[in-house]
Design a binder for this molecule. Structure first.
Ligand code: HEC
Length: 246
């Protein structure tokens, strides 16, 4: 008879056999018969328990190996949490005591805006368009609900924390971008969305005093559209006045 190898680490059938010694002789006989049958089955077919029963500790399992009997070991003293310490709640929720805040959690610089524009164009423009008017390419192919334009009084007044929340948790049928976009980048997108909103309604009065207006806004012959195509610029008007009809 082949010797029992380690191939079958589940000792439960044998435990049951041992438990049999406390039972009545009739039960013992039954147990012995059952055990013989079990052994016969065990040896006739390949034992499949190899990978199923492993010498490992399951979560929250009791362990006799450590004095505190816990299989989980405490963190080494002085361990520093990295990237999972959500201490700054405003940075991660956009809320202060349950209300949306209306300021950036870090200073707004040119680099922040440029990163925001880049991330916005990657993640948001396919649906919201480069201009933020909601006429992106994806909805143009059929979408159960069109994304709204950012250029509405309600969204123009929405606090920055609210926009951050929409990106973080999604809104209606819009999916959330919590795992795809890091919190700092989500704020940078928020800053860029606000800039897009300002850009669509800016007047000369918005230019800070003493700063020259870089150029007059171009005039287009075609409607601006979704931003997915370059609008056709009107030919500059001749300044000499030649050929003008009275
Ligand atoms: C897959 C398409 C899609 C993408 C990508 C997408 N959105 Fe949206 N977004 C929508 C749709 C659709 C709605 C309207 C949802 C509804 O009303 O159910 C919406 C709504 C919004 C709203 C308005 C919420 C309100 O209160 O009305 C904001 C703000 C917004 N999205 C910002 C963003 C930003 C920022 C990104 C990029 C990080 C983004 N979205 C990416 C489809 C998208």
């Amino acid at each position: 008879m082949p010797r029992l190898q380690n191939s079958c680490r589940d000792s439960r059938p044998f435990d049951r056999l041992r438990a049999g010694s406390r039972l009545s002789s009739r039960a013992k006989l039954d147990g012995l018969l059952a055990a013989t049958l079990l052994l016969a089955v065990a040896f006739s077919s390949a034992c499949r328990l190899d990978m199923h029963v492993q010498p490992k500790q399951l979560p929250f399992a009791r362990s006799d190996f450590f004095p505190d009997q816990r299989s989980e070991r405490p963190l080494v003293e002085g361990t520093v949490a990295r990237s999972q310490l959500y201490e700054d709640t405003y940075l991660y929720t956009g809320k202060i005591s349950g209300n949306f805040g209306d300021y950036m959690p870090f200073p707004l610089t040119k680099e922040v805006m440029e990163r925001g524009r880049e991330r916005y164009n990657i993640y948001c423009s396919p649906c919201h368009s480069l201009l933020g008017d909601g006429k992106g390419f994806v909805p143009s192919r059929g979408f159960s609900r069109m994304p709204p334009s950012y250029h509405t009084p309600r969204l123009e007044k929405a606090p920055l924390g609210y926009l951050f929340d929409v990106i973080t948790n999604g809104y209606g049928i819009m999916p959330d971008y919590r795992s795809q976009i890091a919190a700092e980048d989500r704020w940078k997108i928020v800053a860029y969305v606000r800039a897009l909103q300002l850009s669509q309604n800016a007047t000369k009065a918005d230019v800070p005093p003493g700063q020259a207006i870089p150029s007059e806004p171009p005039k287009f012959v075609t409607p601006l559209g979704s931003g997915a195509t370059v609008p056709v610029e009107a030919a500059p008007a001749s300044s000499s006045g030649e050929g003008e009809h009275p």
